[in-house]
Design a protein around this ligand. Structure first.
Ligand code: ZN
Length: 246
């Protein structure tokens, strides 16, 4: 039997060119999310794909809630992780490489017709380089373009309520492979957590994480990022494009 885009599909890569063209021309597609992340060491107990898996989990959940108006484009699994290269297996892009690919992906989805584009970030090491060049991307694209770390929709109050090992932002939330990230993984992809290992390593804080706590974090993140994207679509969250030099 012939397959067609079902439900309809939220992943850009699953469309044929015709299916994409028809949805874009009908005005149904309003916003695109580009996830970016890292493949890097996450202590002894958590798989290296964590940042990519978690940001994709959020992006897809948000697109499903806003179906049929939002697509998730293929983003960048690997990020700027030089600070983790002491641990073999980590993959790292140079800042210039990463920023070039981010710029090319934004350009591609803008040329496809998207007027609202969210680059959703899952790795702290990408933040400062992106923020440092973001003004240039805004001028180049002239659309409603946003950059958001998915944990930035959480507050210190969330951390105080849900974390046991500490609640300072950003050390404990998001932290690195600590209670927050471990709880996220336990709730969404538990096969990535080696529960035997977290008692072996010197840092015991990740072992305080539970799947229930991770589920509550994910629920709040998805709800708030959904509102963020809905506001972009509704024209209530509009980026200011900086002026050109006179
Ligand atoms: Zn991480």
């Amino acid at each position: 039997m012939e397959k067609t885009v079902s439900n309809p599909e939220v992943l850009q890569r699953k469309h044929t060119r015709r299916e994409f063209r028809e949805r874009m021309q009908s005005g149904e597609l309003k916003a695109c999310i580009i996830p970016v992340a890292a493949i890097e060491q996450h202590l002894e107990h958590l798989a290296m794909e964590h940042d990519w898996r978690s940001v994709c989990h959020v992006a897809v959940a948000v697109a499903e809630r806003l179906r049929p108006h939002v697509l998730v484009a293929e983003g960048i699994m690997t990020g700027i992780s030089e600070h983790h290269m002491r641990h073999p297996g980590t993959l790292s892009l140079r800042p210039g490489t990463f920023l070039t690919v981010v710029a090319d992906l934004i350009d591609s989805v803008v040329r496809a017709g998207f007027k609202n584009v969210l680059v959703l970030n899952g790795h702290g090491g990408n933040t400062a380089p992106v923020n440092g060049t973001w003004e240039q991307f805004l001028r180049m694209n002239q659309v409603n373009l946003h950059f958001l770390c998915y944990w930035d929709v959480l507050t210190e109050a969330d951390a105080k309520e849900l974390l046991k090992s500490g609640h300072k932002l950003p050390n404990d939330l998001p932290g690195h492979a600590q209670e927050f990230e471990t709880a996220f993984a336990l709730a969404a992809f538990p096969e990535n957590v080696r529960t035997k290992m977290w008692t072996d390593q010197a840092d015991k804080r990740p072992s305080m994480a539970t799947a229930q706590q991770g589920g509550e974090f994910i629920k709040r993140i998805v709800e708030r990022v959904t509102i963020y994207v809905q506001e972009m679509i509704d024209g209530k969250r509009v980026t200011q494009i900086p002026a050109y030099f006179p």
